[in-house]
Design a protein around this ligand. Structure first.
Ligand SMILES: [Zn+2]
Length: 259
C-alpha cells in the first residue's frame, strides 16, 4: 500500500481538491498574544490572550502586585476595563472537558466553572446574556475552531496559566471561544470568603484564574498598570489569590459598556 500512497494522494487531490484531502488536519494554533486572521474565513478574526504568572520585575522595575496576603480585604477599583472588540450573543453554550482536569479540583470543576460565568452574568441585567452548560462533556483539550466553546485543562506553553481563544466576526460578535488552563501548575479551589482571601498555599485558585479568562469571553481586555491591580481583568495572575472571584466596580462598568 505504501508504494501507492503518493498515487492515492494525487488522485484524491484531483477528485476532492487540496482542501478536501487535508480538511481533517486541524492547524495547531499559536499560544502567542495577538490578533490573527482565520484561514478560509475572511469574515473572522482570532484573538489570543495568554494569562501569565506575575513576574517580580519587568525592565528592572517591580511589577505592580495584587498583594495576595490572607486576611486582607478585597479592595475595590474604579479603573474601567476596556472592550477588546466583541460581545457574546444573547444565548451561548459552553462545553466542559472534565477528563483532563487535575485531581486536586476534579470533584469541583463543574461548580468552579459555573461560578466563574456567574460572576459576569450577575453583573449584567437579567436576560442580556444567557449561558448554559452543554449536558454532554467533551474530551477536546486544545483550541480548535469546531463549533464548541470549551473550558478545559490541557497543555499550554511554559509560563501561561491559561490561554483563551476568541473567534469573532466583523460585526463584533463572538462566534466561538475556547479556554485552555495549564495543567502543569498546582491548582486548588477555595470558595470565596471575605475573611480568608487566600487559596491553598502555593497553588493557583482555579476559580480566580478562570473568572479572569471568562472576562475575555464577555469581551474585556487585559490591563497591566497599577490602577488595575485590584481588577479581575488585571493581566497577571498570582498564587494564593482568590479575590478575582469577585468583580471590581471598574470590571462591572467595563462589562456594561459592552452590553
Ligand atoms: Zn487575560
Amino acid at each position: 500500500m505504501k508504494k501507492y500512497f503518493g498515487l492515492v494522494l494525487l488522485i484524491g487531490m484531483v477528485v476532492f481538491g487540496w482542501q478536501g484531502v487535508f480538511a481533517k488536519q486541524e492547524p495547531i494554533l499559536p499560544e502567542e498574544e495577538g490578533v490573527y486572521s482565520v484561514h478560509g474565513r475572511p469574515d473572522l478574526k482570532l484573538r489570543i490572550f495568554v494569562y501569565k504568572e506575575k513576574p517580580e520585575t519587568q525592565k528592572g522595575k517591580p511589577v505592580p502586585s495584587p498583594v495576595p496576603i490572607c486576611g486582607l480585604t478585597d479592595n475595590d477599583s474604579l479603573a474601567v476595563d476596556n472592550s477588546a472588540g466583541w460581545h457574546l450573543p444573547a444565548i451561548f453554550e459552553y462545553t466542559l472537558n472534565p477528563s483532563s482536569v487535575p485531581s486536586s479540583i476534579i470533584s469541583n470543576v463543574a461548580e468552579i466553572t459555573d461560578l466563574s460565568f456567574d460572576a459576569w452574568i450577575g453583573a449584567l441585567d437579567l436576560g442580556q446574556v444567557a449561558i448554559s452548560k452543554n449536558p454532554v462533556n467533551t474530551t477536546v483539550s486544545r483550541a480548535v475552531f469546531d463549533g464548541q466553546n470549551i473550558v478545559t485543562w490541557g497543555r499550554t506553553s511554559g509560563s501561561a496559566l491559561g490561554v483563551t481563544y476568541i473567534w469573532y466576526d466583523n460585526t463584533g460578535l463572538a462566534v466561538e471561544v475556547d479556554t485552555i488552563m495549564n495543567k502543569k501548575f498546582s491548582w486548588s479551589w477555595t470558595p470565596y470568603n471575605i475573611s480568608n482571601l487566600c487559596s491553598v498555599q502555593n497553588t493557583y485558585d482555579a476559580q480566580n484564574i478562570l473568572t479572569h479568562e471568562i472576562g475575555h469571553w464577555f469581551g474585556l481586555d487585559d490591563h497591566y498598570t497599577t490602577e488595575y491591580q485590584e481588577n479581575t481583568m488585571y493581566g497577571y495572575g498570582s498564587k494564593n489569590e482568590v479575590k478575582k472571584d469577585t468583580l471590581t466596580i471598574g470590571d462591572v462598568l467595563g462589562l456594561n459598556l459592552i452590553y
